[in-house]
Design a protein around this ligand. Sequence first.
Ligand SMILES: Nc1ncnc2c1ncn2[C@@H]1O[C@H](COP(=O)(O)OP(=O)(O)OP(=O)(O)O)[C@@H](O)[C@H]1O
Ligand SMILES: [Mg+2]
Length: 276
Amino acid sequence: MNGMHVLEVEHLNIWEERSGRVLVHDSSFRLAQGECLAIVGESGSGKSLTCKSLMRLNRTGVRQSGFVALNGEDLSKLSDKEMRKFRGRRFCMIMQNGMSAFDPSRPIGAHLLETLGVHFNWSRAEMETRLTATMSSVGLKEPAVVMRSYPHELSGGMLQRVMISLAIVLEPDVIIADEPTTALDAVTAYEVVEQFMRLRERLGSAMIFVSHDLGAVRRIADNVLVMKDGGVVEHGTTKNIFAGASHPYTRYLVSSKQAMSRHFEQLMGDADVAKG
Ligand SMILES: Nc1ncnc2c1ncn2[C@@H]1O[C@H](COP(=O)(O)OP(=O)(O)OP(=O)(O)O)[C@@H](O)[C@H]1O
Ligand SMILES: [Mg+2]
């Protein structure tokens, strides 16, 4: 087992049980400590299924095989109960739509405290102190108000920040962000990506960042995995992928999105973009 890698995925196959239809075919990749790997590819290429299978979260009717190890530990050997302990604490999933991640019938704070209560033996006061401190650090101005709010009372950008602050408190080994900015407008998305970059710096967690936004991928990812029709068609450093992708599909993806990101940079003005 290679101790250098936080996450190792080998020969991951995912298929629909009833029809036998293959959804992800023989995918292999690794994540080093602190590395950010972006997964890109067209809709339906298997990005979300790949993410969910790492945590064994795929729905019934979807089967998986292959080797997935976290810090050298073979996850297929874990019982469901052990796997539940891993989720949240060691794997943290940040979803596309903040609304769907929270229970709509309860205030945000109740949900956050419950999640922390599962993983730590902290007092309520200690949990609240940690949460409010991290919320402020990701730009949520009134943490106490946020804690009392219901999910529908917060904007998509605020909900993403709440999830990022929860991740900071949880300090997972791997953060999986599946299109975390898709539901946001361009300016908010830009700021949320900024928060993801800080999150990485702060925790040194490895990160999987699934996105259609190649501008964001370019800013945040060290390496890029390109998927098409359930297979990995290319895997390389972000620099190489953007400079000269070898697979025609990746070249197509990069050239069409570069035109868009230039437009985005014009929209954003100069200062902020120039820094990144
Ligand atoms: N529960 C399921 N049962 C059967 N097939 C599924 C299930 N979930 C997804 N699929 C199929 O698997 C393929 C990959 O889906 P997936 O959600 O991983 O795509 P994706 O790359 O995340 O796309 P998007 O960019 O639209 O989010 C699709 O063809 C989809 O129809
Ligand atoms: Mg998806």
